[in-house]
Design a protein around this ligand. Structure first.
Ligand SMILES: C[S@@+](CC[C@H](N)C(=O)[O-])C[C@H]1O[C@@H](n2cnc3c(N)ncnc32)[C@H](O)[C@@H]1O
Length: 245
């Protein structure tokens, strides 16, 4: 079901991302996440749930050797079309992030999920697969909507996760900003910070850094609603390291 939602959203999503309409990406989450990821020159990087490859292309332009996977055939098709236009050397695969058997164990230096782990139902399996394909000492970086502050929908009503924090909640995300070509709906899962930290711990991924991004100054001028992120975070980025222990 979730895969169909993303396949159906392709037209709107690609326009949103590529035409600079995703202000939370451009002026909030990407600057902070790429700062955290740091130098990736000559590193083997896996971009999980990469969508149409916007951030995958940024990683490769920073000098990494990058593989991108997503379960949406349509998004991967569009990513491949970009690769055909400008050959950056990215390998794309249509794969479910919970089953990465295409890749050998202990392979990647960095594995990343940009704002997509919250869309994956079996996040425990997804995280154990990350741990398997990472080399010892390799880094796992993921960003998600902030579990304490995201807006979730419970029994058809929008509410702040702050009021309904404990327990996993599957909820629809209604993308309906005016700047979209057309509105669409996807599915996300609210989980607690403990859920994520437990899954990392069980996979021997040791949390090393955590960032709650603030908007850029340019972003605040360009998109004033980002001001809300000056008082409470919209997202969280967590880095962990695969421990050989
Ligand atoms: C919010 S989009 C983010 C896309 C991309 N990371 C980016 O920043 O542009 C979420 C992505 O997760 C993908 N996705 C959701 N569940 C997945 C799964 N189980 N396996 C692989 N991809 C998945 C969707 O197809 C979609 O491309």
């Amino acid at each position: 079901m979730c895969k169909k939602e993303w396949n159906d959203a392709v037209e709107s999503w690609v326009d949103f991302v590529r035409k600079g309409k995703d202000h939370y990406r451009d002026e909030l989450n990407n600057p902070a996440t790429f700062r955290l990821i740091g130098d990736v020159r000559d590193r083997l990087v896996l971009d999980l749930a990469c969508g149409e490859g916007y951030n995958t292309r940024i990683l490769v332009r920073k000098g990494a050797k990058v593989t991108g996977i997503d379960f949406s055939e349509k998004l991967i098709e569009l990513a491949k079309r970009e690769e055909a236009k400008e050959k950056l050397g990215i390998c794309y695969y249509v794969l479910d992030a919970t089953d990465l058997e295409e890749f050998s164990s202990n392979h990647f230096d960095v594995v990343a999920y940009f704002m997509s782990l919250q869309d994956i139902e079996n996040y425990k399996r997804a995280i154990s697969e990350v741990a398997r394909v990472l080399r010892n000492g390799g880094r796992f970086v993921f960003s998600v909507s902030h579990p304490c502050f995201e807006t979730i929908i419970v029994d058809g009503k929008r509410t702040s996760a702050a009021k309904r924090y404990f327990g996993i909640v599957k909820y629809p995300v209604q993308w309906k900003m005016e700047r979209l070509v057309k509105p669409f709906t996807t599915t996300s899962f609210h989980r607690t910070l403990t859920d994520y930290f437990d899954a990392l711990y069980k996979s021997k991924l040791v949390v090393s850094r955590l960032v709650e991004p603030r908007p850029t100054r340019k972003g605040l001028l360009k998109h004033p609603p980002l001001r809300e992120v000056l008082v409470r975070p919209q997202s969280i980025i967590i880095e962990s390291i695969k421990c050989a222990c």
